[in-house]
Design a protein around this ligand. Sequence first.
Ligand SMILES: [Zn+2]
Length: 74
Amino acid sequence: MRCPTCKKVFEESGSLTIPFCSVRCRQVDTNRWLSEEQRVPAGGLDEESPQESPDLLAEEEGQASHLEENSGGE
Ligand SMILES: [Zn+2]
């Protein structure tokens, strides 16, 4: 079975994240869908923004801040 995110061939038996090879790849795919939805222009804001932040980075940042939030409250 081939992971649609990283295109890596992996063994699907015993995997809980089919069709992805890992939880990480599944999250990456989910984030990609979410960011694509958000990217749809809601009005006339179709400015040319050359900055393309990689989904991977955004995901890591989100997770990190989330963890900090959880563990820093005590
Ligand atoms: Zn993968």
